[in-house]
Design a protein around this ligand. Sequence first.
Ligand SMILES: *[C@@H]1O[C@H](CO)[C@@H](O)[C@H](O)[C@H]1NC(C)=O
Ligand SMILES: *[C@@H]1O[C@H](CO)[C@@H](O)[C@H](O)[C@H]1NC(C)=O
Ligand SMILES: *[C@@H]1O[C@H](CO)[C@@H](O)[C@H](O)[C@H]1NC(C)=O
Ligand SMILES: *[C@@H]1O[C@H](CO)[C@@H](O)[C@H](O)[C@H]1NC(C)=O
Ligand SMILES: *[C@@H]1O[C@H](CO)[C@@H](O)[C@H](O)[C@H]1NC(C)=O
Ligand SMILES: *[C@@H]1O[C@H](CO)[C@@H](O)[C@H](O)[C@H]1NC(C)=O
Ligand SMILES: *[C@@H]1O[C@H](CO)[C@@H](O)[C@H](O)[C@H]1NC(C)=O
Ligand SMILES: *[C@@H]1O[C@H](CO)[C@@H](O)[C@H](O)[C@H]1NC(C)=O
Ligand SMILES: *[C@@H]1O[C@H](CO)[C@@H](O)[C@H](O)[C@H]1NC(C)=O
Ligand SMILES: *[C@@H]1O[C@H](CO)[C@@H](O)[C@H](O)[C@H]1NC(C)=O
Ligand SMILES: *[C@@H]1O[C@H](CO)[C@@H](O)[C@H](O)[C@H]1NC(C)=O
Ligand SMILES: *[C@@H]1O[C@H](CO)[C@@H](O)[C@H](O)[C@H]1NC(C)=O
Length: 838
Amino acid sequence: MGLCSHLSSAPPSSSFSMHAFILLWCFGLFLTFMVGRNNETDRLALLDFKGKISKDLLGVMSSWNDSIHFCQWKEIGRLHRLRVLQLNNNTINETIPSNLSSCANLILFHATINNLVGEIPTKLGTLSKLQILAIHKNSLTGIIPSSFGNLSSLKGLSIAYNNLGGSIPDSFGQLTKLKVFAVASNRLFGTIPLSFFNISSITKIDVGVNQIRGHLPLDIGITLPSLEIFFISNNQFIGSIPISISSASNLHILNLSGNKLTGKVPSLEKLNSVRLFSITENQLGNGGANDLTFLCSLSNATNLRDLEINTNNFGGELPKCIGNISTTLTFFYLNKNKISGNIPSVIGNLINLEDIEMWNNKFSGDNNLQGSIHSSLSQRQNLITFHLPRNNLSGIISSQVIDLSFSLNSLDLSGNQFTGVLPMEIGNLKNLEDLDISENMLFGKIPASLASCVKLEFSAMRRNFFQGFVPSSWESLRGLEHLDLSNNNFSGMIPKLLESFDFLKLLNLSYNHFEGEVPTNGVFKNASATSIKGNGKLCRGIPKFQLPNYNNKKSMKRKLTLTLMSVYKGILDQYKHTVAIKVLNLGCHGASKSFKAECEALRNIRHRNLVKVLTVCSGFDYQGHDFKALAYKFMGNGNLDEWLHPTPRKINEAFEKQRKLSLLQRLNIAIDVASALDYLHHHCETPIVHCDLKPSNVLLDDEMIGHVSYFELARILHDIVHDSSTNQSSSIGVKGMVGYTSPEYGMGNKVSIYGDVYSYDILLLEMFTGKKPIDNSFHDCLNLHDFVMQRRHVEAESITHKYYNSSTKPKFYKNTRLIGKIIEKTSLANFYSKTHVT
Ligand SMILES: *[C@@H]1O[C@H](CO)[C@@H](O)[C@H](O)[C@H]1NC(C)=O
Ligand SMILES: *[C@@H]1O[C@H](CO)[C@@H](O)[C@H](O)[C@H]1NC(C)=O
Ligand SMILES: *[C@@H]1O[C@H](CO)[C@@H](O)[C@H](O)[C@H]1NC(C)=O
Ligand SMILES: *[C@@H]1O[C@H](CO)[C@@H](O)[C@H](O)[C@H]1NC(C)=O
Ligand SMILES: *[C@@H]1O[C@H](CO)[C@@H](O)[C@H](O)[C@H]1NC(C)=O
Ligand SMILES: *[C@@H]1O[C@H](CO)[C@@H](O)[C@H](O)[C@H]1NC(C)=O
Ligand SMILES: *[C@@H]1O[C@H](CO)[C@@H](O)[C@H](O)[C@H]1NC(C)=O
Ligand SMILES: *[C@@H]1O[C@H](CO)[C@@H](O)[C@H](O)[C@H]1NC(C)=O
Ligand SMILES: *[C@@H]1O[C@H](CO)[C@@H](O)[C@H](O)[C@H]1NC(C)=O
Ligand SMILES: *[C@@H]1O[C@H](CO)[C@@H](O)[C@H](O)[C@H]1NC(C)=O
Ligand SMILES: *[C@@H]1O[C@H](CO)[C@@H](O)[C@H](O)[C@H]1NC(C)=O
Ligand SMILES: *[C@@H]1O[C@H](CO)[C@@H](O)[C@H](O)[C@H]1NC(C)=O
């Protein structure tokens, strides 16, 4: 073996990772050296190694010089005293050199996880001192040499995960010291020689995933008393599980899955150490009454974690003794059998179950889910999966059953005979990812609480009798990838909100009573991902659906009504007083965003001069469009704009007279507004910019106290500041009304509290001049601000600065002293003194 075989093929990077580890005992020298991946490091290391060898009697290292590449330096076959050779975890892609057999003292050869190719040299069978041969996870071909039967010292043989064919040589019965035998995942066939089962020292047999056939010897548990791991899964074993297996009482892991075993499973009563018992995918059981009694024999297996008897021929009832199985049981698979009768309530004793699979059986009986299981199941706080599909379960799904476990992430009750409604407790399953209740006889509305299952990815409810609209609260179920509502009695518009479910790959709404327009975005763009067949009254949608283009007159009218809305007056029972309801403009892009901003802003703020939001409504209109509204406390005296500029429509004699604000009222309102702004700017957790301060947004209650309202454009300053780094902030959403908006905004400056101050300036001017910011009477003047500036005969100095610095007083302010008081009363003063708003 040239050194290059285990050095040079490594990538020349990461020189620190110790790559090959060679421990040598030769020529009386005990040496350890490590070779890194780097070529030069390899070379130097080898030279260093050579330097430490004082007597190279055979001249083995004469070739280790600079005139040839270090890859061609010779070695190993002549290292007669080599005892340990570890080359594991490299990228060696050569054959195993047969002259390794010359290393007659070799005790351990470890070359796992490489890319060794070719056949295993027969000559290695002469290594009579070899105790451990580990060459698993390579690409070896050929057969297991029968000469290995001569490895008389062999304790461990691991050649799993290769491409070896042939059978296990008869000679292996001679390996009387063998403890570990692992040949899994090859292409071995034939039978295991009977003599092999005579090796009483064996603790681990792993022959899984091959094509080995034959019976298990009847006395296996007696001849292999030390057996701890017995892995024969995915082979062709036939016959029954020997009764003697129970005598191998050290067994921890018993995986007999994927064979053709038949008959009755014997008692396992002595297997007290067993952790994993899998007989999945055999033909065990007779479909009869006593098939499952072996489960009772496991009650002393106090470490049992996995019990997998699924996909067999087991019949009869699930014995009550399963309640005596160790509480360590975590995975219990019974599915795909013919188990009938009730599910015993004692199953609830298994408090550590994470996954129980019972589907495809014949479990039956009314109320078994609501009656017997529930109380105990609900204590299983670890239960992650609960699968009972395709049984014969009937009765209702009781709330207790649904309330199985907070940690439940998969619930499958499909293909049974459940009836009744889906309990609202479904919303308690906050970790639910998969929900399948298809093919039952459930009816009623889907509880809105399902919206709490925000992790839901897969939801199938097909073939039931569910009815009603799809609840608007489903907005929170944006993680859905698969939604199958087909074959139910759902009605109403197809909720447009599904358009925004970005992960949705399958949406099946077929065979319901959905009507109206089919949305066209998101999943609806893809006719193969969306099924809408059998709904009758649908229209529009993408052309592929070939739906009529007409639009329902009714919904047109409603749409119109909606767009006409603005602020409504209503009565909320809950609050027993009149409210103002503000419907957000739904057609307007970003309304939802605005709603969120508004809710967010409103959630934490409370001030006597801010309009109090009583409640928020979020739902769907008739068309399935988002419907969002805010209910404010109703303000008896309307808004300030109506008082400053009474519209002709509203004027009647009596009213007109009333509708005049005294100077004192104006002043008080101005103070109210200033106080509100001051609060928003300086006393909220994050500063809030109103962005749209104007008289119509100042509401007056019965006592003429001003309340600032409508944070529709409100910006949380924090976000703005944050956003500004993205360079997009400059003019985002500055939609304040012309005239009140600071000119800086128009020039693309960031939203800031200074903008509100500007608007407040204008508001003050408007309140005391009675002129609108853009008034026809301002002939040449552009606006109120300029108008005032002109009248003041004062040049480029801040108007607000002037309020504060009362030495120059605009003449039209009859009572500048009072104005000054406004400023003093609020911390705006402090603010103004620091800023110049021009
Ligand atoms: C280096 O080793 C090669 C191969 O054994 C040999 O032919 C050559 O003479 C050696 N060179 C020196 C300088 O020892
Ligand atoms: C093998 O090497 C890989 C990566 O170099 C490392 O992650 C892994 O732990 C190693 N395995 C063994 C058994 O040394
Ligand atoms: C081993 O890998 C090297 C480098 O990738 C390649 O040149 C060589 O052909 C490979 N040898 C075998 C036997 O696959
Ligand atoms: C080792 O094997 C190679 C080729 O397989 C051969 O050339 C060499 O002479 C052998 N060395 C010894 C010491 O047997
Ligand atoms: C085992 O060793 C004996 C004695 O050296 C030999 O006669 C026999 O052929 C070997 N068996 C195999 C299968 O190589
Ligand atoms: C197994 O061992 C027993 C007793 O040691 C012996 O009688 C029997 O022949 C052996 N079976 C095989 C197949 O080697
Ligand atoms: C049993 O072995 C098969 C195949 O080797 C494997 O797929 C399965 O996961 C094993 N069962 C358990 C419970 O580990
Ligand atoms: C469990 O162990 C007890 C005490 O050793 C014994 O009496 C009982 O029969 C055992 N049960 C089973 C099912 O083996
Ligand atoms: C469960 O174990 C208890 C105590 O060991 C025993 O009394 C009871 O009969 C067992 N139940 C079943 C169904 O085996
Ligand atoms: C299903 O259960 C009903 C009664 O609950 C029973 O009449 C029927 O035979 C059962 N069907 C099967 C296939 O077990
Ligand atoms: C389905 O809904 C329609 C009305 O949309 C109703 O008349 C009918 O009774 C419902 N059918 C069931 C099985 O609930
Ligand atoms: C949708 O549901 C119907 C009725 O259940 C079914 O026939 C159809 O195959 C389903 N379509 C898709 C894409 O799953």
